[in-house]
Design a binder for this molecule. Sequence first.
Ligand SMILES: NC(=O)C1=CN([C@@H]2O[C@H](COP(=O)(O)OP(=O)(O)OC[C@H]3O[C@@H](n4cnc5c(N)ncnc54)[C@H](OP(=O)(O)O)[C@@H]3O)[C@@H](O)[C@H]2O)[C@H](O)CC1
Ligand SMILES: [K+]
Length: 508
Amino acid sequence: MKIFSAEQLHEADKITQEKQKITSLELMERASSRIFEEINNRLNGAEIKIKVFCGIGNNGGDGLVVARKLVREGYHVDVYVVNYSDKRSEGFLENYRTLKEDTKNWPVLLKSEDDFPEIKSNDFVIDAIFGIGLNRPLVEWVQKLIVRINESKAFKVAIDMPSGMLADEIIADQPIVEANYTLTFQAPKLAFFLPETAPFAGNVQIIDIGIDGQYLAENPAKAILIGEEQAASLYQPRSKFTHKGNYGHTYMVGGSYGMMGSMTLSSKAALRIGVGKVTAVIPQCGYDILQTSVPEAMVEVVPHDIHLADMKLELKKEDIVAFGMGAGTNEKSIELLTTLLNQVKTPMLIDADGLNMLSKYSELLELIPEKSILTPHPKELERLIGSWKNDFEKLDKVQKFSDKYKVTMVIKGAYTMTVSSDNIYINTNGNPGMATAGSGDVLSGVIAGLLAQGYDPAIAAVFGVFIHAKAGDLVVADTVPDALIASDITAYLGKAIRSLFEKPETKA
Ligand SMILES: NC(=O)C1=CN([C@@H]2O[C@H](COP(=O)(O)OP(=O)(O)OC[C@H]3O[C@@H](n4cnc5c(N)ncnc54)[C@H](OP(=O)(O)O)[C@@H]3O)[C@@H](O)[C@H]2O)[C@H](O)CC1
Ligand SMILES: [K+]
């Protein structure tokens, strides 16, 4: 599913009106009717006090339509107009008039802190103060209103966006409505998925309001959400008349004394995702460990007992190299990375200490083979690209880095993002149980395994991230997040792929 910018959504709004020959008011009525239906279905006639806070733009207009419909349905509704500007939109003015005429419900005008109503914890708040039109800092009293709404602990539903949040940037130190639910029009917004802003949106539900399909299909997205359907379309099934040579060979290079688990986990995950052959390249102390715990893998040892050291690998031209899992940053290990970067022409996967080496010796960055995949966690990312002011700036810096070095970046987090030149792919599955030691090693094995099987690098990253997270979700469905360990994820990789093609059970 595509994520569009606020600017694009405003444009889509206009094009829809032109093509469908409807007025802005009619589109607002259609959109807000859907919001009303959602809220009415949830409340189911409950004897609850509803407080609707409306701005003076079209988001406020939506709030007024919803309020009118709720009053007509017999709910107890108080409407407040947050008078932050004199520049009322037509949609606001018209629906303000209709609300008063049709329902005799007279909104209360809020102009300063003195006008704020008491909001009780058992009130139901509808936030229609600002939508995608917010574009500058809020005046102080409106900030205070948002703080008051949040402090009330009332249940809060935001229309389109929680007020105070911008779709595509962040205004520092500005309060945002902490919504329990956000009912958003047509397409999710980027801010719903970034760590700093995502918690304010609560549960996000997308409301289809019939925006022009051609616009949505043809316009480039700011980012793309990856769901089951997209993931299923990326999968490359095996055909019958093939042998292990058709599924690639991946060299997993890493490990050091005390960190050999990283290599067993990543090697096993590569095998489990279907690679034809795995060779683990490790220090000598890991030989017995690897041979015993991953008998399906071959092992080559470097000329050192406890950490990586320089050596020449006999690579075929299509072989894939993944570097860094549990490697440590010993100088000798860096020599091996340098040799590999000079030797390998296929896209590599670089993880963990491999990334730390790249940060420390930035001249190595120029040697990374094109289309390689880097999989940093937040600290490793900061070492690579420097610090950032906010999440939007982080994404921007990652895109520039990806462009400059022609690499795909997998930014790990609650919503892992894969950034490949102009494209941002957002993964929404996975669970907090996966924040556990070795989970990243498994991901590296999965992506390297897919790369070796011939997946395009960006697709190997996007599909790998999805399947890894899906496997984690399936593990947790059988247990609790706390109990998940990294090798469970590997064990469920097959089920995760199968789940993409299982039809939901239909009732007889
Ligand atoms: N997406 C769709 O297809 C539809 C969206 N709808 C709803 O419309 C809003 C967007 O409405 P809009 O009027 O553009 O914007 P807002 O209601 O969010 O904001 C109103 C205006 O407020 C001004 N502004 C911005 N920041 C501030 C501020 N900090 N202080 C004071 N005023 C501010 C700004 O105007 P300026 O010209 O002054 O910059 C805003 O325009 C969308 O979110 C949906 O809820 C339709 O109902 C259906 C179709
Ligand atoms: K809102």
